[in-house]
Design a protein around this ligand. Structure first.
Ligand SMILES: Cc1cc2nc3c(=O)[nH]c(=O)nc-3n(C[C@H](O)[C@H](O)[C@H](O)COP(=O)(O)O)c2cc1C
Length: 221
């Protein structure tokens, strides 16, 4: 499975089997996270076999069960942190999908367990991603249309169409899809609209767009 296929197959999974992630799969995931940290300067950490973050009324109320592994998205506290966590977190999410794992971005329904991961001086935990073997593969959900989020038209190049379609498959907080992608003079203007976690969403959307369109970050205006 490549990352484009992973974009099509991924859905948020909220129920997990209790079995631990197999050792070689966990080692590969750790390698992916290390490479992402090297490229981004983030301090993302894999937390394994730690059920306490999701052992709460809030998590169960939010219908999250069986989560014992997660990815803590930590980085330098600055104005770019949320978008960066979205972009690089989504890279990890899609790689995890290719390894046969399921995921769910979690913004609020978890408890911070201080000894489970490290937050150095000047850093901040932005949010987490649950990871493991899902009891199901999640579900298709409603989506906005290309014309609601972009200026895609019949005359648009194929790569832009592919990018917008991949962006619409991106996870966003409460499925809000509060982003805009406009093709102007060969570059894409990407904007987050007002909404909870919409800056994280924008990073996620940009990673999906680049993957779907076969473009790199030079495509952004
Ligand atoms: C930044 C962000 C935060 C999220 N926070 C939560 C959360 O706290 N609890 C939850 O159950 N789902 C959470 N989600 C998952 C979204 O509800 C889900 O991605 C959205 O409904 C779209 O569904 P899909 O991921 O299956 O495409 C979050 C997603 C994102 C991107």
């Amino acid at each position: 499975m490549d990352l484009k296929e992973a974009i099509r197959q991924r859905h948020s999974v909220r129920h997990y089997e209790s079995r631990p992630i197999e050792a070689d799969t966990a080692a590969r995931l750790k390698e992916i996270i290390d490479a992402v940290n090297k490229e981004s300067g983030l301090h993302i950490q894999l937390v394994l076999n730690e059920p306490r973050a999701f052992d709460s009324f809030r998590a169960h109320y939010g219908k999250l069960t069986g989560i014992t592994n997660y990815i803590a998205l930590v980085g330098k506290k600055d104005s770019s942190l949320r978008e960066k966590c979205g972009y690089y977190g989504q890279k990890i999410v899609l790689e995890a999908q290719t390894l046969g794992l399921n995921t769910c971005w979690i913004g609020i329904m978890f408890k911070k367990i201080p000894e489970a991961f490290t937050v150095n001086e000047g850093e901040k935990l932005a949010l987490v991603i649950a990871v493991g073997y899902g009891s199901d593969q999640g579900h298709e959900r409603k989506s906005k249309t290309p014309s609601e989020v972009s200026n895609l038209s019949d005359d648009s190049p194929e790569w832009f169409r592919n990018g917008v379609e991949a962006a619409l498959l991106a996870p966003t907080a409460t499925n809000q899809q509060k982003f805009v992608l406009n093709l102007v003079d060969g570059k894409v203007e990407a904007k987050a609209l007002y909404g909870p976690f919409s800056k994280v969403d924008l990073g996620i959307v940009k990673f999906n767009f680049e993957t779907g369109a076969d473009k790199d970050s030079s495509i952004w205006a």
